[in-house]
Design a protein around this ligand. Structure first.
Ligand code: ADP
Ligand code: MG
Length: 695
């Protein structure tokens, strides 16, 4: 079992396995339920459950688990054995339809944002047959959604599935207007490119900040950083290669189509991209990928850091969410196509995305907001906190021509009268070179680059699906009443471009000129998580989610509360960790060094030698200690004061406006001490060691 093609999907209860093991009728019923969301008849479920169990036992499984994605951002599982004792010391392996389709984890400790009162604290899990079950470590994993007894979503999967339905419904209306009779469903697809760092486990274990918070809270810049860009796409060293090989194999077994891997810009930073699939499966698989990265790194004596900004002054990690929409007949609706007919359809869907991104910039920004991602977005690093769309010059010129009803003169081609049915062919530049755009069209898909490396891709895709569904709803409403479809479509597209072209920007997204220009255009620029989160509750946003039955107002409020709480908790832990490191490790260590310097100075004095180094450095360090201690005390007080406000929104603002600046101030003095202190006295491994250690 070494050939990758044999490995791939070998631990997955896949379509092929189902075809082999399920009676035809059962398979048909299951497929109908998957494609059209029909409820599965319990008798059919029982047959599926039994086949799944038999298959899982052959794969060495003894237990099963309902695998779900609570609002914590990671996945949760609770294992149950297949064994049912018969009473006389004998047991049989059983797995009922109910055990497959519904579970009741005692999961009252997961965040619910107030959705569950304690007397009805238990949520329940429901099988999601649209994502494949798989066996890992002797356990059958069943992907499930997690809801409260009132039916409110307590997880990231439920609204994602609802948003796919919303998009399906509206996109089908538009497709039918184009005369498409074959397609039965439309689904969004995603291919998330995952960035991560690998560092040596021994060094990791010496850093409290990495252990408690996933990022370094202190650390002076090493003499060499990423400026030579000699790591990007460089040769991958042996230890990392061994890790990647095992990771690929393990992911392939689980049906995760890991495809591309390379070194990233920062030292010790890497990337893995899978082949895309429907967003639901892609979201599950990305969670699995992150888990497997962590586990396998450990086996190789390394730690995989998924934090958005593990090292200051070095590029952070994101997750480029490639996104498109496709029919069940295999047509990519964001592919410009070759015929006039395909052109018109492409333009319609393209405009739906442009309108959606402009109308709901806030929601897209919010979908990527977290304490960790605040260090990337709006911090003069990829990408900025301002949402804009990159289309490339050719496509932009075509839209210009459509908007102004003029001829298109782009490229070296003849002048061209552009209509929705007569796009000039243009080069599909799928390797766009504008890496500074947060939302770039790359030939036949969009790449949303703001998602944080540790985040679930669900939130971003829930928003993408829903906002595009809303554009399409409005288009369908208008076009369904059209007297002359073609003429009306031409007008609609012209109007939409006129209304939304402020969101199009092909220039450098990092420059301060863009910030200024974006402000003139009226685009939002929400720099931090507490700045943007409260806008989740804006009337237009609640209305959007309710219209498309993706989230109720209560659910939106709960989610906002959970995200704000999470922000506060993260900053609180980070602040406390800093104080702990300063008081217990850093000041005592520097004091030791000062004593050594003093001893050396007095020895030199006895010899009548001068000791400017010892005297000056000891003095500087003593002053820095005094400073550090002062700031650390202030931080300690601020951490207590931040919590004094009742409202979570106010607390989050306190953390952002009072705690966060103190953390930065503290870091500056400590990092300065590090540059002055003998490395053997410094209590933690340096940036240089961590970033350039893995050979
Ligand atoms: P690039 O290198 O230009 O970013 P790739 O072809 O390498 O483009 O794709 C990057 C990611 O985008 C991959 O994960 C790929 O599977 C994904 N992708 C490609 N086509 C689509 C699509 N239609 N929908 C969603 N994701 C896609
Ligand atoms: Mg890419």
């Amino acid at each position: 079992m070494n050939h990758p093609s044999e490995l791939f999907g070998s631990m997955v209860f896949s379509d092929v396995v189902m075809q082999e093991r399920l009676p035809k009728k059962t398979l048909q019923a299951l497929r109908a339920s998957i494609e059209h969301g029909e409820r599965l008849n319990p008798k059919v479920a029982a047959v599926v459950a039994n086949a799944m169990k038999e298959w899982a036992l052959e794969k060495g499984a003894t237990h099963f688990t309902h695998w779900f994605q609570p609002m914590t951002g990671i996945t949760a599982e609770k294992h149950d054995s297949f064994i049912t004792p018969l009473g006389n010391g004998v047991g049989i392996m059983e797995f009922s339809s109910k055990e497959l389709t519904q579970g009741e984890p005692d999961a009252s400790s997961f965040p619910s944002g107030g959705l569950r009162s304690t007397f009805e604290a238990r949520g329940y899990t429901a099988w999601d047959p649209t994502s494949y079950a798989f066996v890992r470590d002797g356990i059958l994993y069943i992907p499930t959604a997690f809801c409260s007894y009132g039916g409110e979503a307590l997880d990231k999967k439920t609204p994602l599935l609802r948003s796919m339905e919303a998009l399906d419904k509206q996109a089908m209306r538009v497709l039918r207007l184009f005369g498409n009779k074959e397609a039965q469903t439309v689904r969004s697809t995603a291919g998330p490119e995952q960035e991560y760092f690998l560092i040596d486990q021994k060094l990791y274990k010496k850093r409290k900040d990495l252990i408690y918070t996933g990022r370094t809270l202190f650390g002076a810049r090493p003499p060499k950083g990423q400026e030579l860009e000699d790591h990007y796409f460089g040769t991958i060293n042996a230890r990392v290669t061994a890790f990647m090989k095992e990771l690929n194999e393990e992911l392939w077994k689980l049906g995760v189509p890991a495809r591309t891997e390379h070194n990233e810009v920062a030292p010790s930073q890497h990337e893995l991209a899978p082949v895309f699939s429907t967003v639901n499966i892609a979201a599950d698989q990305n969670q699995l990928t992150m888990e497997m990265m962590r586990r396998i790194a450990e086996k190789h004596g390394m730690v995989c850091l998924l934090h958005e900004k593990p090292f200051a002054g070095v590029n952070g990690s994101g997750k480029h969410n490639n996104w498109s929409i496709a029919t069940d007949t295999g047509e990519n609706l964001l592919d410009p196509g070759d015929t006039p007919f395909e052109n018109a359809r492409f333009l319609t869907f393209l405009c739906a995305v442009i309108k959606a991104v402009d109308d709901y910039q806030d929601l897209l920004r919010i979908s990527t907001a977290s304490a960790g991602n605040d260090h990337r977005l709006g911090a003069s690093e990829a990408p900025p906190a301002i949402i804009s769309i990159y289309l490339g010059d050719e496509l932009t010129n075509i839209l210009e021509a459509l908007k102004n009803e003029t001829t298109y003169t782009g490229g070296e081609k003849e002048q061209f009268q552009v209509g929705v049915h007569s796009l000039p062919s243009f080069p599909k530049d799928s390797t766009d070179r504008n890496r500074t755009s947060p939302f770039a069209f790359t030939g036949n898909k969009f790449e949303f680059r703001m998602v944080g490396s540790s985040a679930s891709i669900s939130e971003a895709n829930i928003v993408l699906n829903t906002i595009v569904a809303e554009s399409l709803r409005q288009f369908a409403d208008r076009l369904e009443n059209a007297e002359d479809f073609n003429a009306d479509l031409q007008c609609l597209i012209r109007d939409e471009i006129r209304a939304h072209d402020r969101i199009l920007f092909n220039g450098n997204g990092y420059g301060s000129e863009w910030e200024y220009e974006a402000e003139k255009r009226g685009l939002l620029n929400m720099k931090s998580t507490p700045d943007c989160l409260p806008h989740m509750l804006d009337e237009k946003n609640i209305k959007l989610f309710e219209t498309h039955k993706v989230l109720s107002e209560t659910e939106v409020r709960a989610r906002c509360e959970i995200k704000l709480e999470n922000y506060c908790k993260v900053l609180n832990i980070e602040g406390l960790t800093m104080v702990d490191m300063v008081m217990k490790d850093i000041i005592p260590s520097v004091n030791h060094y000062i004593r050594t310097l003093a001893e050396s100075a007095s020895a030199k004095k006895q010899m009548m030698a001068v000791s400017p180094f010892e005297t000056e450095v000891a003095q500087k360090l003593s002053n820095l200690i005094a400073n550090t201690y002062e700031i650390s005390k202030k931080l300690d007080e601020a951490l207590i004061a931040a919590k004094a406000d009742e409202e979570t929104e106010k607390q989050a603002m306190n953390y952002r406006n009072i705690v966060f600046p103190l953390m930065n101030e503290l870091r500056i003095t400590v990092d300065e001490m590090e540059t002055l202190t003998d490395e053997s006295y410094w209590p933690y491994p340096s940036y240089g060691k961590m970033l350039f250690n893995i050979q």
